[in-house]
Design a binder for this molecule. Structure first.
Ligand code: MN
Length: 263
């Protein structure tokens, strides 16, 4: 169990206790009891105090804005994180602010069951919640210290599924190139534990389709246009130089845990 899961477990238990005490409903909130968060969270008690009023947070980049500059330029990283991702978080929080009960759900839970989201905010939550989940993954699976080739269990899983790494890369890049307009290319795990290369439009997440996203590349023009202009294929090729295979292995592990939970 890695550290994120331990925190996640503590958080889930605490949240369950809080909601058992406070109760919740799917009615829009009429009282202005929610606070807006302006300060970063520094301690578990602050996190819990914050979670009572639940807002999603823009995670900081796990490296400097210029760390990937050889392959993804500094200006693109800055705008992409500070403007695009920040916008998704802001719009998501605004949409759910009138439904306090939604604030106890993780973004994955929300996306897995979008039909449960009230109709008046469903489309906004789909776009911005998807955007928040997709980008939170995207920053984490990149690093300036990439090992280049896959390592560990993901290396074996890729070879078992696709034959070899080069064949997988080609299939993944083709999914990215063929996505018309904006969207994502993915390696996902299906409910039966099998791996598959897929693509989604806009900010749709594999969670919405009953799959677990192990890794994904953003093929919106905002992800590459300043450096690569119309050459999406060059961007897709370059992206393999910045992958964090340790983190992708963590996500493979999470996907396998999810398959066990649902089966
Ligand atoms: Mn993006």
């Amino acid at each position: 169990m890695h550290i994120k899961k331990v925190y996640g477990l503590i958080f889930s238990v605490a949240m369950a206790a809080i909601f058992a005490l406070s109760g919740f409903s799917l009615e829009p909130s009429t009282a202005s009891t929610h606070q807006t968060a302006s300060e970063p969270i520094n301690s578990a008690s602050e996190l819990l105090a914050q979670s009572r009023f639940g807002t999603f947070k823009l995670p900081p980049l796990p490296y400097e804005y210029d760390a990937l500059d050889e392959f993804i330029d500094t200006q693109t990283m800055t705008l992409h994180h500070d403007k695009h991702h920040a916008g998704y978080v802001k719009n998501l929080n605004k949409a759910i602010s009138s439904y306090p009960s939604l604030r106890r759900l993780s973004i994955e839970d929300i996306l897995r069951d979008l039909d449960r989201i009230p109709e008046d905010i469903q489309s906004t939550v789909r776009k911005n919640g998807g955007g928040h989940a997709n980008h939170s993954m995207f920053w984490e699976i990149m690093t300036p210290d990439s090992s280049g080739e896959p390592t560990g269990d993901i290396a074996k899983a890729i070879n078992d599924t696709f034959g070899d790494f080069a064949t997988f890369q080609e299939e993944f890049n083709t999914a990215g190139k063929k996505r018309f307009g904006s969207g994502w290319a993915w390696l996902v795990m299906n409910k039966d534990g099998s791996l598959e290369v897929t693509s989604t439009g806009n900010q749709d997440s594999p969670f919405m389709q009953g799959q677990y996203p192990i890794m994904g590349n953003d093929v919106w023009e905002h992800a590459y246009y300043l450096k690569y202009q119309n050459k999406r294929g060059d961007y897709l090729d370059a992206w393999w130089n910045v992958l964090n295979w340790d983190e992708i292995n963590n996500r493979l592990d999470d996907a396998q845990s999810w398959v066990k939970e649902i089966s």
